[in-house]
Design a protein around this ligand. Structure first.
Ligand SMILES: [Zn+2]
Length: 73
């Protein structure tokens, strides 16, 4: 799917890149840039969600290990 080319300013480094796809990589810093600003928001939320999931898994694992450890002391 090709969209009308549009200039997108990178949120991270301020470099303006012309893109024709829904998402692309910044030429300067290599981060994700999005054609639709809504997609950037969605991507950000997805990233936060992934962090939360990882922290949850690691936290739960840590608690379980502690309990296991305590049970054998
Ligand atoms: Zn950039």
């Amino acid at each position: 799917m090709t969209l009308e080319s549009k200039e997108i300013t990178c949120h991270h480094c301020g470099k303006t890149t012309r893109i024709e796809r829904k998402r692309d990589w910044c030429e300067k810093c290599g981060r994700r840039i999005f054609y639709d600003p809504k997609d950037r928001k969605r991507h950000q939320w997805m990233t936060y969600y992934m962090y939360a999931v990882v922290v949850g898994i690691v936290g739960t694992g840590f608690i379980l290990i502690r309990r296991f450890w305590d049970a054998f002391q």
